[in-house]
Design a protein around this ligand. Structure first.
Ligand SMILES: Cc1ncc(COP(=O)(O)O)c(C=O)c1O
Length: 302
């Protein structure tokens, strides 16, 4: 079968120039583009702190660790979404409770969370699947009252807004991916963002071998979850045109939408409160006689 790429990211002349700047600077691993990218990201999302990391899955691991989650802690995860958060939770021996998403939005609703939190729940991972979300503001308020952490997995939703606030700015900590399939890309890459200084400091420490500011002095046993200056240069350049990318994706989404047979196929529902960055065009086949795999091979041939 012909392999069709999920996405073909555009790398512009400007992207190449900035990557070359990073290369020419001689600072290949750490360098000025790391901070430039992090600053741009936090200003864009209107959050206090951002830390770049090597990928979106590392960002989730760092998020769990920075919140102090440990073996046996109960967390709620959506039963439908990309499984990176659940993978890391499994690796960390957390107690995962999978809960239903809404059929129309493909995302976790407040109702589903309300039905499933217990006294033992330490955190809820809300995954903004395909750029969408449910009532994230109410979810955030509900969890705050109960002192349960909200982790937003914003890997697929950088650039989406809910009631005029960017997704990623609601959680105690939020994670982002810059994999080549995402809204902007560094090839492999990710970030955590938060408004909480303590969580940020902990994440920074763990990201860099547990070293605070004195080389070879390890305050805690940490990881190497850093991302290179070259990749941050690409991310910095791409972030500058995220709004342009958002507009183009919207146009493509509506092109598909106007060309499908809505009697046979339904698509993800975006509420009026969301201004999404359309991440993918997912289709739900209404009638059982039209098999998903047949549609996939039909589209492959085309
Ligand atoms: C919702 C979600 N979370 C996490 C990830 C993991 O990101 P990464 O591939 O950068 O590790 C992805 C994507 O691949 C994703 O779609």
């Amino acid at each position: 079968m012909k392999l069709i790429p999920w996405a073909k990211p555009k790398v512009t002349i400007q992207d190449r120039k900035i990557i070359n700047n990073a290369l020419r600077s001689g600072w290949i691993s750490h360098g000025s583009y790391v901070e430039k990218f992090e600053n741009k990201l936090k200003n864009f999302l209107k959050v206090k702190y951002a830390s770049s990391v090597s990928n979106g899955t590392a960002a989730l691991q760092l998020a769990f660790l920075s919140l102090g989650l440990k073996r046996g802690d109960e967390i709620l995860c959506p039963s439908y979404c990309y499984m990176a958060a659940a993978n890391i939770a499994t690796q960390m021996f957390l107690n995962i409770k999978f809960i239903d998403v809404e059929k129309n939005s493909f995302c976790l609703s407040l109702n589903s969370i309300k039905k499933n939190v217990t006294k033992k729940t330490k955190a809820v991972v809300v995954v903004h699947t395909y750029g969408n979300t449910c009532e994230i503001d109410s979810i955030s308020r509900f969890l705050k009252k109960r002192k349960i952490f909200l982790i937003e997995d914003t890997a697929e939703a950088l650039g989406s807004k809910y009631k005029n606030k960017y997704l990623g700015a609601f959680g105690d900590i939020s994670t982002i991916s810059f994999h080549s399939t995402k809204s902007i890309t560094t090839g492999e890459g990710g970030a955590i963002v938060t408004n909480n200084k303590e969580i940020y400091e902990k994440a920074k420490l763990l990201r860099n071998h547990g070293v605070k500011n004195k080389r070879y002095y390890h305050n805690v046993p940490g990881f190497n979850f850093r991302i290179s200056n070259i990749l941050c240069a690409l991310g910095y350049s791409q972030l500058k045109r995220l709004n342009k990318i958002k507009k183009k994706r919207k146009k493509i989404f509506y092109f598909y939408l106007s060309n499908i047979d809505k009697k046979k196929i339904s698509v993800q529902n975006f509420s009026k409160n969301i201004d999404p960055l359309y991440w993918t065009f997912s289709m739900y086949i209404k009638e059982k006689k039209y098999k998903r795999d047949n549609l996939i091979s039909f589209l492959q041939k085309k």
